[in-house]
Design a protein around this ligand. Structure first.
Ligand code: FMN
Length: 253
């Protein structure tokens, strides 16, 4: 699934535990993306991957690690680098209880070791589009798209909408019929292609734009971070945490 000599990398992520309707949907969007000049596409499926829950031990953050030292052997190990290297994302999930799968949410949570890169602005010039695939016509596709788009908001990734007709992303009504169900939803298939192309075009504009700016910019500023404000914020937080720990020791001694 690679286009040679490409400069712009679009990474598809399939949040389903199966190779079914969502895989088919993400593939359709990636195929459309790959028609844009200089764009290469790649795909990661979360299906069959062992990804433990983030337990908020913060060992990655405290030790400045770009990997998780708590679960070093699980499959997240190989997923940080592709996320860092991509210029754009197309993330798709089946609708589970009107939101993303547990697998996808866990994957988002486990990106914590690379969270410092979000605040440094590394992701602020990347773009992302969302896809939701539900078995029911109005089964929560919109709320699922919102969850994926919220992930982009949290990381600084620029959200690419589906444009004037696909609004917040690609949406499929699969009727629980797997890949065939996706293909049968003609209207939904169109939203995937439109969104996939838009992601690729905007990623290209972004990459050329950044490379050709007359003056460099502060990437952390682009991410919405004022370093001085951040430092002050962390100082206050650490002080509060120390007070809390002292209080806890007093209570339980
Ligand atoms: C645990 C679970 C929860 C689901 N919840 C919803 C739901 O809230 N709304 C909906 O439309 N479909 C729901 N579905 C159906 C799937 O979204 C649908 O079959 C989808 O096409 C599966 O995609 P996949 O083949 O890529 O896994 C649910 C399925 C499962 C297994």
């Amino acid at each position: 699934m690679h286009t040679r000599d490409a400069k712009i990398k679009v990474l598809g992520i399939v949040g389903s535990p199966k190779r079914g309707a969502t895989y088919r949907a993400v593939k359709e969007a990636l195929d459309a993306a790959s028609t844009v000049p200089e764009v290469s596409v790649d795909m990661i499926e979360l299906r069959g991957k062992k990804i433990s829950f983030c337990i908020h031990c913060n060992k990655c953050i405290k030790n400045g690690l770009r990997y998780c030292p708590t679960f070093p052997e699980d499959d997240m190990r190989d997923l940080y680098q592709p996320m860092i290297e991509a210029d754009a994302y197309i993330i798709g999930s089946p609708v589970y209880q009107m939101t993303v799968t547990g697998q996808l949410q866990t994957f988002f949570n486990r990106l914590r070791p690379i969270a410092p890169l979000f605040t440094e602005g590394l992701f602020a010039t990347k773009v992302g589009g969302a896809i939701a695939v539900g078995g029911t016509r109005n089964g929560g596709q919109e709320t699922t798209l919102e969850t994926i788009n919220n992930f982009f908001f949290c990381t600084g990734v620029v959200v690419v909408s589906g444009g004037v007709l696909a609004y917040n992303g690609g949406a499929i009504w699969s009727k629980d019929r797997g890949a065939k169900g996706t293909e049968e939803d003609e209207v939904g298939m169109r939203t995937l292609r439109v969104m996939g192309r838009r992601v690729a075009h905007i990623a290209r504009v972004m990459k050329y734009g950044v490379a050709n700016l007359p003056k460099p910019f502060s990437s952390s500023e682009l991410a919405g971070i004022d370093q001085e404000e951040m430092r002050k914020g962390f100082e206050i937080r650490d002080r509060l945490r120390e007070d809390e720990e002292l209080e806890e020791r007093r209570t339980f001694s």
